[in-house]
Design a protein around this ligand. Sequence first.
Ligand SMILES: *Cc1c(COP(=O)(O)O)cnc(C)c1O
Length: 384
Amino acid sequence: MKGAMTLTSLPTEPITMSAPDISDRERELVRQVLDSGTLSGGHFTAQFERQMCRLLDVGHAVAVSSGTAGLHSAVIAAGLRESDEVITTPFSFVASANCVLFERAVPVFADIDPETLNIDPARIEACITPRTRGIIVVHVFGQPCDMDAVNEIARRRGLFVIEDACEALGAEYKGRPVGSLGDAAVFAFYANKQITTGEGGVVVSNRGDIAAQVASLRNQGRDPGDSWLRHVRLGFNYRLSELHAAIGVAQLERLETLLANRARVAAGYTQRLSGVDGLELPRAASTTTRMSWFVYVVRLSPRVDRDHVILSLQERGVPARAYFPPIHLQPYFRESGHSEGTLPITEREAARTLALPFHGRMTDGQLDYVCAQLQDVLERSRMS
Ligand SMILES: *Cc1c(COP(=O)(O)O)cnc(C)c1O
């Protein structure tokens, strides 16, 4: 194609909400697995776990089949039992609350900080009851929670802290990597995350007791040295295959490049969209020494009709999503008695968030196009 792209011409590559970044290195390592004959429980899984420990400066890493599997095994290993309560955020992907429900325990939602969209530590204490066992924080959209404040409450009240870091690999809080800041942390490797294994996750911890239990839970409740048909506890098959682990090894080797590409795209959005009327852009909190860009979520002025914006963008070839609908307003939470009005900050902010297409391989042309379309849609909606 010749000539400068006009703002109304669709870039040649279709624009997607997210896209994995796979290189020849991933292909090469997957081929090695296929040629090796060891498709599960081999050296790629062990290598992936060692890489994770080194990256995060933690003592233990246990690779699992998904972030959800990781959260489920982590809450069990941290001591969650039926009817216990866990304080967590309503502004997240559902898995961070579901892992509590899996154990017939009760997620109790604390409202969020409107700046960071993360759980507001100042609202945690009021949620504590004699049945409270722990806190699950979520570093939402790659922005670390205020962990010092959360940990101070947890220490004083004897609660476990699990970091759902599924959206935050590479993020740093006051110079320390997320994933090393609680009793255990979970990362996820679905195709839209900072690194992917297709499906996959990892539980990391400095507590040997938690890591050992997670390792047993992922492997049908076997303990180290147990024969294949001896099961010490109720467990699951939450293992990660060698094929997935090999992709993870290659992705972790490329992590700095992958994160830098995402930061470049985020900066490209911020540069193009700052000053646009009716938009608030994501910002790093003062405690965030490194943001890890998972998505690029803007907030619309409350006067703007978000559904209309999403539909108009879609007509112009730009996908966009309302991330996240509050967990407590999902149909099955409403059935158990949750309703509107109980978590006003979450409800207000969730009603105006808009996730734009975001991945590390987005081109300047695609960014130009998305931002021009968004600006145009907003201008038109102001006139109507
Ligand atoms: C992606 C994600 C998960 C779960 O990951 P899966 O690998 O899809 O099971 C959990 N919590 C949060 C906040 C996530 O974004």
